[in-house]
Design a protein around this ligand. Structure first.
Ligand SMILES: [Fe+2]
Ligand SMILES: [Fe+2]
Length: 257
């Protein structure tokens, strides 16, 4: 339980497959220094699934042991997680993800549009403004400067989120460079890379990280976080969020034409 998960998977590859059966994606994770016990704790499976997971992992690692299957064995593979309930401030972040996901889902059609009519600087610059101002300066700052401060930031799951944010900023810089050099291929490549990165990132936050953080927040923490988020919203200025709602809605109409 106290060994790094990547080390366990490299010695016992079957463990990676077992985790994937429970929708725990450790194998593709780039960091991978979580301890096996943290992986189990962070993902918070229902007790019968956790028992089944641990049984299968133990069997894979110690095939010579006479390990008894749990009494109420879960079916292979995780059932879809029940509807997750978030605290109010965390729900605010999940709602912001919805707008970011709407923009991410438009990227293939934006690229398609440019494939037909050439590099559209205005279109890309508006998208970059959405990423930088809304997704990064507004939304990611709430996570990095406020939410993550309530948990142990040295935990790998938090480090992985920081690393995704940094990688995303790198893609933005590459898109800007592509625009400066009239290099459509670079713009296209990094738009798609950003889309893939953020799609996975948001899924991890919504389904794993945020429920894990919520389990650690006290009522006092939640009240403080709500007040801090209200401060960020007010600081962004009147009409800030509406401006980006309109941007995404208008773009949805444009690409549908
Ligand atoms: Fe994030
Ligand atoms: Fe987020």
């Amino acid at each position: 339980m106290n060994r790094g998960i990547k080390e366990v998977i490299s010695e016992f590859p079957e463990v990676g497959q077992i985790l994937e059966d429970f929708e725990i994606g450790c194998t593709p994770c780039l960091v991978g220094t979580c301890l096996l016990k943290d992986v189990v704790e962070i993902h918070a499976l229902p007790p019968d699934q956790e028992a089944e997971l641990m049984y299968r992992v133990e069997k894979a690692i110690y095939p010579e042991r006479d390990v008894q299957p749990p009494e109420t064995g879960a079916v292979k593979g995780a059932e879809k997680a029940a509807e997750i309930t978030y605290s109010a401030p965390v729900r605010e972040l999940v709602d912001e993800h919805k707008l970011i996901k709407r923009w991410l889902s438009l990227i293939p059609r934006v690229v398609d549009l440019m494939n037909r009519s050439g590099l559209d600087r205005q279109l890309i610059n508006n998208g970059l403004d959405f990423i930088r101002s809304y997704a990064d300066r507004f939304h990611h700052a709430k996570e990095e400067d406020l939410l993550f401060k309530y948990v142990d930031e040295s935990q790998e799951i938090i480090q992985a989120m920081y690393s995704d944010h940094i990688t995303g900023r790198g893609h933005v810089q590459s898109i800007v460079k592509g625009l400066e050099q009239d290099d459509m291929e670079t713009v296209r490549e990094h738009l798609f890379a950003y889309r893939e990165l953020l799609t996975g990132h948001i899924k991890k936050e919504d389904e794993i990280l945020f429920p894990w953080i919520d389990r650690q927040l006290t009522a006092k923490n939640i009240a403080q976080l709500s007040a801090d988020f209200s401060g960020v919203n007010a600081g962004a200025g009147e009409g800030f969020e509406e401006k980006y709602q309109v941007f995404v809605t208008d773009l949805e109409k444009l690409v549908a034409m």
